[in-house]
Design a protein around this ligand. Structure first.
Ligand SMILES: Cc1ncc(COP(=O)(O)O)c(C=O)c1O
Length: 400
């Protein structure tokens, strides 16, 4: 038997989302006692949590409007619709991504045109320009994948120059900024997720933010407001709703009051959580970069990320060795995901797994993902856990 002192096992579950704050639990219990879980209704004395959460979220990111929906994937789908994407349109999107994103494009009846990423996991701007010209796409769905934020000054001026509408997928960048501006505030629409493994957790949930009155009104109507849109706070004017209401289908993608009441206390903790995550990220980054063969790509100084996960390259190994390395770490409690796997696994997939897309080859992205590993950072991690993680990774890398 291996000596546990020399071969420790990580005694913490990296997928631990942490508890829901007591204040949220108490609010949820009281809401459940009232039975008023649906966001619209004839309220008598209960708090309209969904409308209040939207107001608090728009105050937080500094947008004019925020609309709560039932998932991040639905936020993106609605984001595409309200930004004017029509069935049959082409939508540019970074190829390093996760399944709900091409799924949302497909849901909108559009076709994904995949764009290469660089080895720091950010979209490749020359490929973006090239594919925009070649495809004639009029929209870019930019996922700030795993929290890596492109140079937003360069990207937005390129979008303006070539006439691309920008929709931001901020599922991994809640609370993060580029040069002091929150992600989600650069495009026509910003889309967020509150699924359990995101920065605030309601199991399922999504948010659309925008400054545009017409876009906000459409998002509210599409999300399924019936004729009760007047219950939104920070709402677009009645005239805009009057003009649009008979023309926008109700897709029943509302956020529930229960979800919103769980989120409100968590939003108040976002700044503190962000600081904790970034502290843990720096601890892990320092330790991992000291291991030969591991490289955590450097971040741009203007990128004010909120790191709920860490990505690194494993260099100098064959695919079969990386697979062994990942499996051996996972067996010792360090659950690492590898974006280079042949088969989609768990939450992790690569663009070639989405076989319903038009076939596209992205040699740079394929190459970059072939060495890309990914690990969650739970807030319950301590510096001691970071030591153990680095020790396990170093030992298993040497062993394969
Ligand atoms: C990059 C990215 N975008 C969008 C989504 C969709 O979010 P949701 O799970 O809330 O639908 C996810 C979910 O994991 C994601 O990782």
């Amino acid at each position: 038997m291996l000596n546990p002192k020399q071969h420790p096992v990580l005694e913490i579950d990296l997928s631990d989302p942490g508890p829901i704050p007591e204040e949220a639990i108490e609010q949820a219990v009281s809401l459940m006692r009232s039975g008023r879980l649906h966001r619209y209704g004839e309220y008598s004395g209960t708090e309209p949590h969904a409308a209040l959460f939207e107001q608090e979220y728009s105050d937080y990111v500094g947008s004019r409007y925020a609309v709560g929906v039932n998932s991040g994937g639905c936020a993106i789908f609605l984001g595409l619709k309200v930004a004017g994407v029509e069935p049959g349109d082409k939508v540019l999107v970074n190829a390093f991504n996760l399944a709900p994103v091409p799924g949302a494009i497909h849901h909108a009846g559009a076709h994904a045109v995949l764009v290469e990423v660089d080895d720091d996991y950010r979209i490749n701007l020359s490929d973006l320009e090239h594919k925009a010209e070649k495809s004639g796409a009029k929209a870019l769905l930019l996922t700030h994948m795993r929290g890596h934020i492109a140079d937003m000054e360069k990207l937005t001026s390129m979008c303006e120059r070539i006439g691309l509408v920008l929709i931001e997928d901020c599922a991994h960048t809640m609370g993060a900024k580029w040069n002091n501006t929150f992600t989600g505030r650069f495009g026509a629409v910003g889309c967020f997720s509150t699924q359990t493994f995101k920065h605030i957790n309601s199991g399922e949930g999504g948010i659309v933010v925008t400054d545009d009155e017409e876009i906000a009104a459409k998002a509210i109507l599409y999300s399924g407001s019936y004729m009760l849109y007047g219950q939104h706070r920070n709402a677009p004017s009645q005239q805009v709703f009057d003009r649009l209401k008979g023309h926008i289908p109700n897709f029943s993608m509302r956020m529930s009051n229960l979800v919103a009441c769980i989120l409100r206390p968590q939003l108040k903790q976002m700044t503190k959580r962000g600081e904790q995550w970034n502290h843990l990220y720096a601890e892990l980054e320092n330790r991992l970069n000291r291991i030969g063969g591991i490289n955590v790509p450097a971040r741009e100084p203007l990128e004010q990320f909120v790191a709920s996960s860490i990505q690194f390259h494993v260099n100098g190994l064959e695919s079969s060795q990386i697979q062994q390395f990942v499996d051996r770490c996972t067996a010792r409690g360090v659950a690492i995901k590898w974006f280079g796997r042949d088969q989609a696994m768990g939450y992790t997939s690569q663009y070639h797994h989405w076989q319903y897309l038009n076939q596209q080859d992205l040699p740079d992205t394929r190459n970059i993902l072939s060495t890309t590993c990914d690990m969650r950072i739970p807030l319950s991690l301590s510096e001691h856990h970071c030591d153990v993680i680095a020790e396990i990774i170093g030992q298993e890398l040497a062993a394969v």
